[in-house]
Design a protein around this ligand. Sequence first.
Ligand code: FAD
Length: 291
Amino acid sequence: MDFLRPPTWADALAAKAEHPDAVPLQGGTDVMVELNFGARRPAALLDLTRIADLAGWDDDGGRIRVGAGVPYARLIDGLGDRLPGLAQAARTVGSPQIRNRGTVGGNLGAASPAGDSHPPLLAAGAVVEAESAARGTRMIPAAEFYTGVKRNALAPDELIRAFWTPPAPGPQYFSKIGTRNAMVIAVCSFAIALHPEERRVGTGIGSAAPTPVRAVAAEEFLSAELDWEGRTPLAVSAAQRFGALVADAAAPIDDVRGTADYRRHALSVMARRTLTWAWNDHAGDSRREAS
Ligand SMILES: Cc1cc2nc3c(=O)[nH]c(=O)nc-3n(C[C@H](O)[C@H](O)[C@H](O)COP(=O)(O)OP(=O)(O)OC[C@H]3O[C@@H](n4cnc5c(N)ncnc54)[C@H](O)[C@@H]3O)c2cc1C
């Protein structure tokens, strides 16, 4: 097996163009498990860890561009105030060791339906920056990035350079059900993001369909239902309807972690809870602004 260690991003793109079957390696928390268990024996590994600009972020106030190689632990510390939904999800990933190595770029590369960063990326309306030596940069909305079970929209010669997302314009929450509290793959998960200026709600569902998905009908219902100006308390019936529409958007299976019925039920509960937290925050902000 060849081990390619490009020193720059341009070298990495050139190496990927020359060896399209080379497997990119960032934190290695997915790749090394697959190698160690013999699930994969690639002709080459493409180690991206020498490329310094993958490990930083830029914030121009409008949108934050986060390099594919930023580990979860740094994202939580450095961006938790601006990307609270993603930071909440990052806090649930694995253990401190995994959060020190693992990255959102690697989560996107693996594209597991259970990956924890996907629901908050979908809810926030994030965009993936992919690049190839031959065709340059391609901006792929998260909603179009996941194409099947552990499959994504990348071409064989493309690499993920970064993801873009606005700093949270309103409350964001992530919720995950596991068979225990830590070091656990999601039985199912849910993220909500309020976009008050656009009077819009974003959602993301994890581990309850072949790919991470948005609950589009639930978003549309709630965006029209909420009293964005007056910020009146949430009607119980609206929260229940939202929960039911989120459950309807899932296409879960029965597996060792849970049944399809349980996943649908859990999603409706998580949707109601996260909505209540988010709306209470939004209404609380208005009370603080008024006082
Ligand atoms: C003990 C343990 C616990 C875990 N717990 C969780 C958990 O709770 N939640 C969760 O979501 N995940 C979990 N994982 C899985 C893993 O940690 C995450 O998916 C993590 O985000 C992977 O990031 P990485 O940088 O280590 O990726 P890597 O292993 O380096 O790569 C993952 C995939 O992405 C590809 N890739 C990496 N970088 C790029 C790039 N720049 N461009 C294109 N493709 C790229 C790789 O080729 C590979 O296919 C766990 C793993 C372990 C071993």
